[in-house]
Design a protein around this ligand. Structure first.
Ligand SMILES: [Zn+2]
Length: 284
């Protein structure tokens, strides 16, 4: 099992994020660890073979240092955890930030439209997306302001523009593209590099999502581009809930293997994550 969507943050930032959740939401995260090895231990105990983690550059001037921390943390985890870096468009040298992150071992980037106050179809991202595609690295994007509000359609339109302009870029849309999952499933037929992760959508009592009205047959049809993700450790429920929710869908063994492992393994391999894991293991 590979978890494509988890979070590790430097200690001060993680404390600030936890404070934000405590003050602004009713999510109880007190049971969840934050220290990287403690997070990794929970994942390992749950049967995870490999996980992808990332953070947020919510303001300018922090992406480069954050990416260095993420890459160093991945190395420290010996290849069990792989990092996505990030960029902030208002940083002067954001393209250089990206290159340094990829050189240091990040296998792509995470963008969060709401936290970073940006739109993923901003033309200033074009050189970023070209660089990612050229290196086989991928973009994982949290599109729009979910779970705090659910404006329909516009997010999917932005993703479609990114895919049209960057046909060689692998894109993973977080949270199953809620609230536009059906629209994304339509887009998947036309865009072979569009993926969705399951993060927080299938867990019982998840604060994200509401009803995902996608027939199991449609998930089967595009199971080669659906990836298991969880948002651990920033979830107000037990780690196993997401997996249990996906199991309840009654998918075929082929689809389950693709969602829980093969699709993520393919993205990681394309980004050189295998080599990265090997060299991290050797460095230990
Ligand atoms: Zn997340």
């Amino acid at each position: 099992m590979i978890d494509i969507h988890t979070h590790l943050h430097p200690p001060k930032l993680f404390a600030a994020i936890r404070r934000w959740f405590a003050e602004r939401s009713d999510w109880d995260l007190s049971a969840q660890p934050t220290e990287p090895h403690a997070v990794a231990a929970v994942l390992r105990d749950a049967g995870v073979e490999r996980f992808v983690f990332f953070s947020y550059a919510h303001k300018t001037g922090m992406a480069r240092e954050l990416n260095a921390w993420l890459a160093a943390t991945a190395a420290d985890l010996g290849g069990f955890g792989l990092a996505l870096g990030t960029v902030h468009l208002d940083d002067e040298a954001y393209l250089e930030d990206l290159r340094l992150a990829l050189d240091a071992g990040c296998i792509g980037i995470k963008l969060h439209e709401n936290v970073q106050n940006l739109a993923i179809d901003d033309a200033r991202f074009d050189p970023v997306y070209r660089e990612l595609a050229a290196r086989g690295a991928f973009l994982l994007a949290h599109v729009g302001p979910i779970p705090w509000s659910y404006p329909p359609d516009e997010g999917a339109a932005r993703v479609e523009r990114v895919l049209q302009r960057n046909p060689d870029l692998n894109v993973v849309v977080a949270h199953f593209g809620v609230p536009d999952s059906a629209r994304y499933f339509d887009l998947m037929a036309q865009h072979a590099r569009l993926h969705l992760d399951t993060t927080m959508v299938f867990a019982a009592h998840s604060p994200v999502g509401g009803p995902v009205e996608i027939e199991t047959a449609r998930i089967e049809q595009h199971a080669d581009r659906v990836l298991y993700g969880t948002d651990f450790p920033n979830i107000p429920f037990a780690y196993g809930s997401e997996r249990a929710g996906i199991e309840r869908l009654g998918l075929s063994a082929t689809a389950r293997r693709a969602i829980f492992h093969d699709n993520a393994a393919r993205l990681i391999a394309a980004a050189g994550g295998e080599a990265e894991a090997d060299s991290a293991a050797k460095r230990r």
